[in-house]
Design a protein around this ligand. Structure first.
Ligand code: ZN
Length: 197
């Protein structure tokens, strides 16, 4: 089992203060969260530097990704170090993720910039059911959405500063590899949980 924070912003998001090195250092130091996805707003510039820094440590893993602002709301794409081609419609993002062997996830559906019930219109791979920046009731609504759509539910802190990192995590039955994690998300071998201890 691995524990992953599947939604983290670095300084390459204009509203985040987390340096790639800080994220890597925190993964190295943490007792059980050893995987994080870099998902900056409409940018993949943070992926390469973070992946490179992490490569010095065999027991941690960075999943490159992006949080795309679609017209219906925010969507996470995991498994890409490149920006998807425009237009950034939800359908195109779902197709892009499929074409690269990545994963598409509806981010915080019931918070600001979330898709809400519109998520039902798209063939995404998963729903973010536990978002560190959402209230319990928003996350519960997201859980219901995932359940009714028959989709796996992921957890991500959505951290923009150090103190917010790893507040929640996704427990995943996978080996420590990007491909392994992405496949496990798609088949739903995971559970979302609040980080304790
Ligand atoms: Zn975010």
């Amino acid at each position: 089992m691995i524990h992953a924070d599947l939604h983290v912003h670095t300084v390459y998001s204009s509203d985040s203060l987390i340096q790639p090195k800080t994220l890597v250092d925190q993964l190295v130091a943490h007792s059980f969260i050893k995987v994080a996805a870099v998902t900056d707003h409409d940018s993949v510039r943070g992926c390469k530097p973070t992946v490179e820094l992490a490569s010095a440590y065999p027991d941690i893993l960075i999943i490159p990704g992006v949080e795309i602002s679609t017209q219906d709301g925010d969507m996470l794409i995991l498994g890409t170090e490149e920006l998807p081609p425009r237009p950034w419609t939800p359908e195109a993002m779902v197709d892009y993720a499929k074409s690269i062997g990545g994963v598409s996830i509806v981010a915080h559906p019931y918070r600001e910039y979330g898709m809400g019930d519109l998520a039902r219109n798209y063939k995404v791979d998963a729903i973010e059911v536990l978002n560190g920046g959402s209230t319990a009731s928003m996350n519960n609504q997201a859980k219901e959405l995932a359940k009714s759509m028959g989709l796996p539910g992921t957890a991500g802190s959505d951290a923009h500063r150090l103190s917010e990192l790893f507040s929640v995590n996704t427990k995943i039955d996978a080996s420590l590899s990007v491909e392994g994690v992405l496949k496990a998300i798609k088949r739903g071998s995971l559970s979302a949980q609040v980080t304790r201890g």
